[in-house]
Ligand binder design. Structure first.
Ligand code: FAD
Length: 348
């Protein structure tokens, strides 16, 4: 039997090409892994050399505020398998390094439906559970069955179901109690073999030319409409470096909402099941006149107030600018905006 290929550990590796904000940063050590055996090798190396481990996917939800100490592991595991099938539902397992959008397209081609509203979200499969990716009324958790992960400190392989992942709005246990504790290697989803159209979003219904909530479209039409809206609305990171939505949409309680509406009668708001309402962060930022504003080498996109863009600046510059937006929104609306991407390298 031939021995599996060994991993190559590179020191002082540039991460500029590995993050969609194109921020300058180096990893003290870096390696790319393609299977579980290589992951164990990388974890052994980190343990032997007392290095912290940072998992890396497509780099589309990161702010690299400085250099990253320890070992950055790029998860490049590939493969999609279908292992349970009945007339209505198919269970598929996707390896962490598969590109999310390509996987959505593949599923559509196979006639496995559910992910079409999540078309064109950048990044890889392994990161999707970290913030429970969502768009146009659908979230990963709606189709999630389980994931396979490796404990960074022990190398133990675990399987976690939906309940164990504690998914929330752009949130999961991996951003909370299990922050940086696991490398996700595989995600298993239950998709439908029957079209299951969700057109609950006005912009999507309008793009499809149907009434809100109607299901007169095919999943491929929904995917195409989502892609068209996203291409028109969001800057392509290849052209203008960005990390998508920079802030989460804040949720305020009923009392705060009433106060806000007294002073801002046209404020858009979306009632939540648990009471109160979600307020679009983009509206708040726009009201504070940041849309299209440039500050040195960073700025807010001219058409999308929620997207911060990088014109060649650093992570610290970007975070200082984000702080000035948070301060302005806090002062005017008494709302604390929370940054959505994960921040690394702050105190290295
Ligand atoms: C233009 C644009 C639009 C976007 N639109 C949306 C949107 O509509 N909805 C949405 O939810 N998000 C959106 N995002 C954010 C981003 O696409 C998602 O968060 C995506 O899941 C990140 O995947 P990634 O592979 O790039 O993760 P990375 O940026 O590489 O990593 C993100 C976090 O996950 C961790 N991580 C990555 N892979 C693993 C793994 N295998 N195991 C353990 N931890 C891991 C990293 O350490 C980091 O903490 C957008 C981003 C951009 C640039």
């Amino acid at each position: 039997m031939t021995a599996p290929p060994s991993i190559e550990i590179v020191s002082q590796a540039s991460l500029k090409g590995f993050n969609s904000l194109s921020l300058p940063s180096s990893a003290e050590f870096f390696c790319s892994v393609t299977d579980e055996h290589q992951i164990q090798q990388a974890l052994d190396y980190a343990r032997d050399n007392d290095l912290t481990v940072t998992p890396l996917g497509g780099g589309s939800n990161l702010v690299l505020a400085g250099d990253i100490a320890g070992l950055v592991i790029y998860l490049d595991l590939k493969g999609i398998s279908c292992h349970e099938f009945d007339s209505d539902v198919v269970h598929i397992s996707l390896a962490a390094g598969e590109n999310w959008h390509k996987a959505v397209e593949y599923c559509l081609e196979q006639g496995w439906y559910g992910l079409e509203n999540l078309s064109l979200i950048p990044g890889n499969i392994g990161a999707a559970p970290i913030q429970n990716i969502g768009a146009y009324g659908v979230e990963l958790r709606d189709y999630f069955i389980s994931l396979k992960a490796i404990d960074i400190s022990t190398g133990e392989v675990v399987v976690m179901d939906k309940q164990a992942c504690e998914f929330g709005y752009r949130d999961s246990i991996f951003k909370q109690a299990l922050n940086n504790r696991f490398l996700i290697t595989e995600v298993t989803l239950a998709l439908s073999t029957r079209a299951n159209i969700n057109i609950g979003y006005p912009a999507l219904a309008e793009a499809l030319g149907v009434g809100l909530g109607q299901d007169a479209s095919t999943p491929k039409m929904v995917s195409a409409a989502v892609c068209a809206i996203r291409r028109a609305k969001l800057p392509d990171p290849e052209v203008i470096p960005n990390a998508g939505s920079f802030f989460k949409n804040p949720v305020v309680g009923s009392d705060a909402l009433n106060e806000l509406l007294k002073a801002n009668k046209t404020m858009p708001h979306y009632p939540q099941d648990q009471g109160g309402a979600k307020i679009p962060a983009a509206w708040l930022i726009d009201q504070c006149e940041f849309k299209g504003l440039r500050s040195g080498n960073v700025g807010v996109h001219e058409h999308q107030a929620l997207v911060l863009v990088n014109f060649g600046g650093t992570g610290t510059e970007l975070l200082a600018f984000a702080g000035s937006i948070q301060d302005a929104v806090q002062e005017r609306f008494s709302i604390a905006l929370e940054i959505e991407p994960r921040i690394y390298g702050l105190n290295e």
